[in-house]
Design a protein around this ligand. Structure first.
Ligand code: ZN
Length: 245
């Protein structure tokens, strides 16, 4: 038996993989298509500042005291929440403008939206990440009065036509890795919007970000995304990262 054991292990592993491939809805072609756009062999170690430069964050805050920042709502950062816009026409600049103009209204109600506006911290597209809120202020993007809004930085990924989703995902992963260092957030606290139930709604757990979900919920594609975040996090050399507000 001792001589057989090394042979048995690969056979059982292979069988398991075949069964998994037949029973899971994991769309590997999607991930392979995105990965084909990356050049991971060229990645090098970076300082936190260099990783932030790679993420290419541009500051365009909602002015304090207006629209979704009418009231100052401080936040202790404990989580990072990932979304996608499901807006197939608006790019990151359009979202920045809409947030500043107060155009993204929501019905304010007890147990629901608390400020009458939707707000979040960053919108990412293939070539830029725009910051709308200081990270130490609460947004209104996840779960009403739940921990997703009370303790998490909200990042929206763009989906407008012509936008490169693969590069959008990777820019989001770089930004997320930087924010993890800046605010001491562990990878286990990087969450899909799906993770935060919206109490009182018929579908409390939103299929968001939908292109990183499998059958509407976090699965292998989400784990793959966390792997991208971890890849960039592990490139970062030791040292502090400056908080972004
Ligand atoms: Zn969402």
């Amino acid at each position: 038996m001792r001589r057989l054991a090394p042979l048995l292990l690969p056979v059982s592993l292979a069988t398991g993989l075949v069964i998994a491939a037949c029973t899971t809805p994991y769309d590997t072609s999607r991930v392979r298509r995105w990965e084909s756009r990356y050049n991971d062999g060229a990645l090098r170690p970076v300082t936190p500042d260099q990783l932030l430069a790679e993420a290419r964050v541009r500051l365009d805050l909602i002015p304090a005291g207006t629209a979704g920042r009418r009231h100052y709502r401080p936040m202790n950062v404990r989580y990072i929440t990932i979304h996608s816009t499901q807006n197939y026409t608006g790019n990151a600049y359009n979202h920045a403008l809409a947030l500043k103009r107060g155009a993204l209204r929501a019905t304010r109600r007890p147990g629901g939206n608390r400020i009458g506006f939707l707000t979040w911290h960053f919108t990412v597209q293939d070539d830029v990440a725009i910051q709308h809120l200081p990270c130490r202020e609460q947004g209104e993007h996840a779960d009403f009065d739940g921990p997703g809004n009370n303790y998490s930085i909200g990042i929206e990924m763009c989906e407008h036509s012509g936008n490169d989703i693969a590069q959008t995902i990777d820019r989001t992963a770089r930004l997320t890795a930087y924010l993890m260092r800046a605010y001491g957030v562990p990878l286990s606290h990087v969450k899909a919007h799906y993770h935060w139930p919206r109490k009182g709604l018929s579908t409390p757990n939103k299929n968001c970000p939908h292109f990183l979900m499998d059958r509407g919920r976090p699965g292998p594609t989400w784990q793959w995304f966390l792997g991208r975040v971890n890849l960039h996090y592990n490139r970062m050399l030791p040292g502090p990262a400056t908080p972004l507000g």
